[in-house]
Ligand binder design. Structure first.
Ligand code: CO
Length: 253
């Protein structure tokens, strides 16, 4: 499948989708506290998304039963919210959310600490975010897609972390997942050329230990095989001839 180039009108709609998603993430971060359930996060997230006349894009996507993916500690992504899963001091929690605004998608993820977290956990969260920013240094017209992947991989490797290989970033637009797939690990080729107007969801998933993962019996929750902590950081990004535009991160990070 070809990588779509968005028109000026489509880009405006994706900017609005991204701006709303940024608000959703900021509100969820403010609400996080020990004692709340992962289901509480989903309820709140869905309510905020709908209050902006958006549709939660994950809800019922391939049967996924919630609006926000809430993944705790050794859960990498796609954790299913549960009213019995209570966040406690020292946990780390990855929140992944997607919205559809007038037919256009935005997708973003953040990992947060609950209360006081270990130095090791703080480092993992920070480096995962840094991996994203290292990657997008290459996100401009004329470069190649896997230049982004290689930059993410080498930053994680520098810290001795495992880069999840079973899941990737992706193109995004009128569908949550469009071409191309965007690995977070180095490839032996540079991949397709980037062009202005491409919109990409770039999402490093980084483990403190091995890169290997398992799926739980719920068929969704991805966990680290060695049960080490995992972090996730994602934004929807617009490629231009110059600096990339972070559609889901407009305020200073
Ligand atoms: Co995504």
């Amino acid at each position: 499948m070809a990588i779509t180039i968005k028109s000026a009108r489509e880009i405006e709609l994706m900017k609005e989708a991204g701006r709303i998603l940024e608000i959703v993430h900021n509100e969820l971060e403010k609400a996080l506290r020990p004692g709340m359930s992962t289901m509480d996060i989903d309820r709140l997230g869905e309510e905020i998304i709908r209050s902006y006349d958006c549709i939660p894009s994950f809800l019922n996507y391939n049967g996924y039963p919630a609006s926000i993916c809430v993944s705790v500690n050794d859960e990498v992504v796609h954790g299913i919210p549960n009213k019995h899963r209570i966040l406690k001091d020292g946990d780390i929690v990855s929140l992944d959310a997607g919205v559809i605004y007038k037919g256009y998608h935005s997708d973003a993820a953040r990992t947060h600490g609950i209360g006081e977290i270990s130095k090791e956990a703080q480092d993992l969260i920070r480096v995962t975010k840094e991996c994203f920013f290292e990657g997008i240094k290459y996100a401009k017209e004329g470069n190649h897609l896997f230049d982004i992947s290689a930059a993410i991989d080498s930053h994680a490797a520098r810290h001795g972390y495992g880069v999840v290989r079973d899941l990737c970033g992706h193109g995004i637009g009128t569908a949550l997942h469009e071409s191309p797939q965007i690995p977070n690990y180095k490839e032996n080729r540079r991949g397709p050329k980037l062009k202005a107007g491409m919109t990409l969801a770039i999402e490093p998933m980084i483990n403190m230990g091995t890169w290997e993962v398992n799926w739980l019996d719920d068929e969704w929750t991805v966990v680290t095989r060695d049960h080490s902590l995992s972090a996730h950081y994602e934004n929807t990004v617009l490629i231009t001839e110059g600096e990339p535009v972070l559609l889901s991160l407009t305020q200073k990070s």
